[in-house]
Write a new protein. Structure first.
Length: 160
């Protein structure tokens, strides 16, 4: 399956560039309606912060995105490396100091202070092969690498 894709991308590397677009609109105090491709969902904050808890918070979605991308990448690399994985789960927890959001002087970073990723794999493969799989997964996961490496970002402001 992936050999065919590699063949296509080797012939024309521009085809490998995949542009993603997501549209988000604030509709209530903390409610955000999201359109991602053909999918629609709601982001919201917990009631403690002032939201209605009608959907995951942006921070929860961030952690979900890391885990989802890692599992998808694990699937790709298990096939490439011919490692049979019966099942896989990722549990992610993050510590975030809400004071960072409110700190006027910028002394507390407005970011996760720590993220812990626990990977559970059911496989009859050796520990060495599973370690190889995890290394390839981390090395090639776009969301994970966007987290650990500095990426070029640009904010464009348009008043409406």
């Amino acid at each position: 399956m992936f050999e065919k894709m590699l063949e296509i991308f080797e012939k024309d590397p521009r085809l490998a560039e995949h542009k993603l677009k997501v549209k988000l609109k604030k509709t209530e105090k903390f409610r955000i309606d999201v359109k991602a491709g053909r999918h629609k969902f709601i982001l919201d904050e917990d009631k403690v912060i002032g939201g209605k808890n009608e959907g995951p918070s942006p921070a929860e979605l961030f952690l979900s995105s890391i885990g989802g991308c890692l599992l998808s990448t694990l699937q790709v690399w298990s096939e490439i490396l011919k490692i049979k994985v019966n099942s896989a789960e990722i549990h992610i927890s993050g510590i975030i100091d809400i004071w960072g959001l409110l700190d006027m002087e910028g002394k507390i970073p407005a970011q996760f202070q720590k993220i812990t990723i626990e990977v559970k794999i059911n496989s009859s493969e050796s520990n060495e092969r599973i370690q190889e799989l995890i290394q390839k997964t981390e090395m090639h996961c776009p969301v994970y690498n966007s987290l650990i490496n500095k990426i070029n970002t640009q904010t464009i402001i348009k008043q409406i």
